[in-house]
Design a protein around this ligand. Structure first.
Ligand code: FAD
Length: 368
């Protein structure tokens, strides 16, 4: 029976940090992710705070897919027609090792997970952990997956399966999350030429701006809207307490549309330009810059349309009718366009560890 020192459930930032740290320390680690790849299920604004990652991968800036470093933070207070705001901007943030970046999670998590693999962990995607396996004394001895009932054994299981942690709930380790304790946020990415973003936000090079907005845009509910500049796109979103959405019957998409239509988005200063969702640029257009970054952007453009994001605790999602037209459950991933629904994985055959290892290496090739 093959046994791991540790199994990590989930390949978001927490799971990747745990798996990387343990594999780097020489432990035999298995990481299991239900998505097609690390980042395929994850949604975020997204701002990366460098100090935490730096502790784990000090030289991450050398090859991580970072969009822009933040030189300015704005705070807007809105009513329907007007706004007042404040901002803090400093040239000090143009330092050699900036402390905040915008990222696109689908890209960033994939990169982070490649580091986990390089550190020696076995990563298996498209596999959902269904429950913890326990011995007769109730001690956790491994996991079961949706492939079959066979237990994959480990000395330690790290649950990094997100804020809901359904595995944790099912195992009685943590209670069900309450609507009052969770926020529901939606996000869109608007693709704009780099030079247009630079002009509208008064930035240059790799500089970026973060904007948080409060006021009538959340229609009396507790929450905020945001707007972040990426390299060649702008992330715009809004989020409020799940309980507030439930009680008010308001849809987050209605709020987001309201935010986008606010007069402050009008050019030349307005970030979105007031034109609504834009198509991504033609991928055949010549891409400037570092070849690796250029390849990445090209791949992004091919895959990404303007996408709407939704992330909510399971069971607390809006009804199907609340979703925007044409959107399906399979389109949750950040920056992921509409693709075929994946089929259920087959059962885990005899020799689970061997099979998992084989699939892990296949995935590495696919991602390469
Ligand atoms: C709209 C939005 C904007 C945000 N903006 C920011 C921001 O700007 N900056 C910031 O720091 N934070 C932000 N956050 C919060 C941030 O996204 C979370 O803190 C972060 O994703 C938590 O990481 P995690 O690894 O714990 O969980 P997750 O990122 O949720 O990863 C959990 C992983 O586990 C996998 N998984 C779940 N269940 C199973 C299972 N049973 N078996 C196998 N795999 C499983 C999932 O597929 C997923 O990949 C934002 C969140 C939202 C929703």
């Amino acid at each position: 029976m093959e046994k791991f020192d540790a199994i990590v459930v989930g390949a978001g930032p927490s799971g990747n940090s745990a798996a990387y740290t343990m594999a780097k320390a020489g432990l035999k680690v298995l990481q299991v992710e239900r998505g097609e790849y690390s980042g395929s299920k994850n949604v975020q604004g997204a701002i990366l705070y460098a100090t935490s990652l730096e502790k784990i991968i000090p030289d991450f800036r050398e090859d991580a897919p970072l969009e822009r470093h933040i030189v300015e933070q704005r705070l807007w207070m809105l009513d329907d027609k007007s706004h007042c705001g404040t901002h803090y901007r400093s040239d000090k943030f143009n330092e050699e090792r900036p402390n905040r970046y915008t990222i696109v999670r689908a890209q960033f998590d994939k990169w982070f997970n490649s580091k986990v693999r390089e550190a020696g962990a076995l990563v298996v995607c498209e596999t959902t952990v269904t429950e913890l396996a326990r011995d007769a004394d109730g001690k956790v001895v491994g996991i079961k997956t949706d492939r079959d009932d066979e237990v994959v054994h480990a000395d330690v299981v790290v649950l990094a399966d997100g804020v809901n942690s359904l595995v944790g709930q099912r195992s009685g380790i943590r209670p069900e999350i309450k609507p009052e304790h969770a926020a529901l946020a939606v996000k869109e990415m608007h693709f704009l030429p780099r030079e247009v973003i630079d002009q509208r936000f008064n930035i240059k090079g790799e500089e970026g701006v973060v904007i948080e907005a409060l006021g009538t845009v959340t229609m009396g509910l507790m929450g905020t809207a945001f707007l972040y500049t990426n390299g060649e796109s702008v992330s715009v979103g809004i989020g409020c307490l799940v309980s507030d959405f439930r009680d008010s019957g308001t849809s987050p998409y209605v709020m987001l549309d309201k935010f986008k239509k606010h007069p402050l988005h009008r050019p030349p200063a307005g970030g979105l330009g007031g034109e609504g969702i834009r198509r991504p640029p033609d991928p055949r257009r010549r891409i400037q810059g570092h070849p690796q970054a250029a390849r990445r952007r090209l791949a992004d453009r091919r895959r990404f349309g303007p996408v709407r994001e939704l992330d909510a605790p399971r069971g607390l999602q809006p009804r199907h009718g609340d979703r925007p037209h044409g959107r399906r459950d399979g389109d949750r991933a950040e920056g992921r366009g509409q693709g075929p629904q994946r089929s259920q994985p087959g059962p885990l055959p005899q020799g689970a560890g061997r099979q998992l290892r084989h699939e892990g290496s296949q995935k590495v090739q696919e991602l390469a």
